[in-house]
Design a protein around this ligand. Structure first.
Ligand code: NAD
Length: 500
C-alpha cells in the first residue's frame, strides 16, 4: 500500500505535494491531541480566542498570494479565482470571530408566568473536537466555513482535506501553528476516503463534511456507528430563473459566471436555466455571445482551467451525450467540447427534464437553457429535482416572491452566488444537498450545544414538584392553566364550571 499521497497539478501534470498518508492510529492521536487543547481553548473565553483568531486572520491576509499559488497549482483554477475564495474565507473568519460572543454568550430568557420565581439563562457551549472533511473544488473557502466558525465557538479542529489538495490543507494548519507554536488548534490529516472514515470513527464530537451526496451518505452511515452528529454540505443542481422583465444583460452575465467559472466545478454553480418565453431567444443569444468569448484551457490568461478531477470528464460526457441523444441541441460546445483535461463552454437547449443533464450534478462547464411559459412553470421545474442547495432569480418585480417559493437553502436575486459572500447569511442545503448550516449565526451554533440553566430566585407561590403538594395547590394550578390557556372561545363555559 502506498504510504504517500501525491497531489498533481491538473494543468501540467507536475507533482505539487506528496505528504505521508495517515493511518487510523495517527488519526486517533490527532483527535486525542485536539481534545487535550479543548479546555485551554475554551478557557480563553471569547475575547482571548478573538485575539488569537485575529492574529491568524492577519497572517492569512498578508500571505494570500502564497496560498493562492498553492490552490492554483493543486486545482488548476486561475490565481485570481483562488484569491477570491481565500479573501471570502478571511471575511467569514472575521465575522465568526466578531460575532461569536453575541450569538453564543449567556443570555437571560423570560421564565414564563408559571415559573416566575426562576431566573432562566441560555448559553451555547462548544462541542469539543470537530472533524472537518473537505472537497477540492474550493479547498480554502469550504472547509474554512466550518474551521473558522468551529474555532470561534471554542472547539478545536482535526481537518482532512481532499486527497487532491493536501498542500492547501497543510498550509492552513501550518499558519495556525505559526500563530500559536506548540499548540494543536487545527491539525491536518492526509489521505483519501479511508482516512476520512477513520476520522468519522475517531470519537470527534461533530463531523462537518463537504463533498458529494454519495460520499455524504457514507459519512453519515459511518458516524452513526458512534452517534457522532454530522453536517452534510453536499452537491447541487442549481437553477437560475429569468423573468420576462429581467435585465437580460445582467442575467446573461451572471448565468455565464455561474455556469462556467471554475470550469463549472462549483457546488453552487448554475447548471439549469429556465427563461420566460417572451425573452428566451434574446437571453439565449446574449448568454451564447458571452460564453463564446470565455478564455479557457492551459493558456496563461485562461478565465477557467482544467477539470481538477480527471474522472469528472466521463460524467460530463455522459450528461452531454444523454441530452443530445434525447433531442437536445448544443448551441455552443457539445460532445466535441469535452476533451481529455479541458471542457469548452457548452450550452444545451431543448433538453428533456428527465435527462441526466437536468437531473444529476454535472460539475462541468455546461448548462441547459429551457423555455417556460410562466414563472410558475419555472419554479415547478426548479423544485422538481432531488437537490436543493442554491438558486438565482433575475426579475425586476417578482424577485423576493419567486425566491421564497424556491426549495433550497439560498437564493440570489439579480446577482450570482452573492449570499455565500455575506457572512451573516447561513449556507447549506435541503434534500440531497444535505443539512446543517455553515456561516452566520446558525453556522456558529452548529458547533455548540445549548446549555439551559434555571436558578430559583425565591420560593414558588405554588409548590408543585414536591410530595408535600396540597390539594389546594393542585386546584390553583388547574385554575391558573385555565386562565392562561383556556380562552373562552376554545373551551365551553359549562365544562369549565363542571371541573370546579
Ligand atoms: P467527494 O465526496 O469525492 O470527497 C469529499 C471528501 O470526502 C474528500 O476529502 C474525500 O477524501 C472524503 N471521503 C471520500 N470517501 C469518504 C468516506 N467513505 N468517508 C469519509 N470521507 C470520505 O467530493 P469532492 O469530489 O471532493 O467534491 C465535489 C463535491 O463536493 C461536489 O458534489 C460538490 O457539489 C460538493 N461540494 C459541496 C459544497 C457545499 O457547500 N454544499 C461545497 C463544495 C463542494
Amino acid at each position: 500500500m502506498s504510504t504517500t499521497l501525491q497531489s498533481i497539478n491538473p494543468t501540467t501534470g507536475d507533482v505539487v505535494a506528496s505528504p505521508p498518508v495517515d493511518d487510523a492510529s495517527r488519526v486517533a492521536e490527532a483527535v486525542a491531541r485536539a481534545r487535550e487543547e479543548v479546555d485551554w481553548w475554551e478557557g480563553l473565553g471569547f475575547a482571548g480566542r478573538k485575539e488569537v483568531l485575529d492574529r491568524w486572520r492577519g497572517l492569512l491576509a498578508r500571505r494570500v498570494p502564497e496560498l493562492a499559488r498553492i490552490v492554483h497549482d493543486e486545482t488548476g483554477k486561475p490565481i485570481a479565482d483562488a484569491q477570491l475564495e481565500i479573501g471570502l474565507a478571511i471575511e467569514h473568519l472575521a465575522w465568526a470571530t466578531r460575532h461569536a460572543e453575541k450569538v453564543l454568550g449567556r443570555k437571560q430568557v423570560f421564565s414564563g408566568a408559571l415559573m416566575i420565581n426562576q431566573a432562566a439563562s441560555l448559553e451555547r457551549r462548544p462541542l469539543g473536537v470537530i472533524g472537518v472533511i473537505g472537497p477540492w473544488n474550493y479547498p480554502v473557502f469550504t472547509p474554512m466555513g466550518s474551521i473558522g466558525y468551529a474555532l470561534a465557538a471554542g472547539n478545536t479542529v482535526v481537518f482532512k482535506p481532499s486527497e487532491l489538495t493536501p498542500a492547501t490543507g497543510r498550509w492552513l494548519a501550518d499558519t495556525m501553528e505559526q500563530v500559536l507554536p506548540g499548540r494543536h488548534l487545527v491539525q491536518v490529516l492526509f489521505g483519501g476516503g479511508d482516512v476520512g472514515a477513520a476520522l468519522c470513527r475517531a470519537g470527534v464530537d461533530k463531523l462537518a463534511f463537504t463533498g458529494s451526496t454519495a460520499t455524504g451518505k457514507k459519512v453519515m452511515a459511518t458516524c452513526a456507528e458512534t452517534l457522532t452528529p454530522v453536517i452534510i454540505e453536499a452537491g447541487g443542481k442549481d437553477a437560475l430563473l429569468v423573468d420576462e422583465d429581467a435585465d437580460l444583460d445582467a442575467a446573461a452575465e451572471a448565468a455565464a459566471w455561474g455556469a462556467f467559472s471554475n470550469a463549472g466545478q462549483t457546488c453552487l454553480g448554475v447548471e439549469r436555466i429556465y427563461v420566460h418565453e417572451r425573452v428566451y431567444d434574446d437571453f439565449l443569444a446574449r448568454l451564447t455571445a458571452i460564453a463564446r468569448e470565455i478564455r479557457h484551457g492551459d493558456r496563461q490568461d485562461a478565465q477557467y482551467g482544467p477539470m481538477t478531477l480527471p474522472k469528472q470528464i466521463d460524467v460530463i460526457r455522459d450528461h452531454v451525450n444523454d441530452a443530445l441523444r434525447r433531442g437536445g441541441r448544443a448551441v455552443l460546445g457539445g460532445a466535441e467540447a469535452v476533451g481529455e483535461r479541458f471542457v469548452a463552454p457548452t450550452i444545451l437547449v431543448d433538453v428533456p427534464e428527465d435527462s441526466t443533464a437536468v437531473t444529476e450534478e454535472t460539475f462541468g462547464p455546461t448548462v441547459t437553457v429551457t423555455r417556460v411559459s410562466s414563472m410558475d412553470e419555472a419554479v415547478e421545474a426548479a423544485n422538481a429535482g432531488r437537490y436543493g442547495l442554491g438558486s438565482t432569480v433575475f426579475s425586476a418585480a417578482r424577485g423576493p416572491e419567486l425566491a421564497h417559493r424556491l426549495r433550497c437553502g439560498s437564493t440570489a436575486i439579480n446577482g450570482i452566488i452573492t449570499f455565500a459572500a455575506i457572512p451573516a447569511l447561513p449556507m447549506g442545503g435541503v434534500g440531497d444537498s444535505g443539512f446543517g448550516r455553515i456561516h452566520g449565526a446558525d453556522g456558529l451554533r452548529e458547533f455548540t450545544y445549548a446549555k439551559a440553566v434555571a436558578r430559583q430566585r425565591f420560593s414558588p407561590a405554588l409548590a408543585l414538584t414536591t410530595f408535600a403538594r396540597t390539594e389546594k395547590a393542585d386546584t390553583a394550578f388547574a385554575q391558573l392553566i385555565m386562565v392562561l390557556h383556556g380562552g373562552k372561545n376554545l373551551l365551553p363555559a359549562k365544562a369549565g364550571r363542571r371541573r370546579r
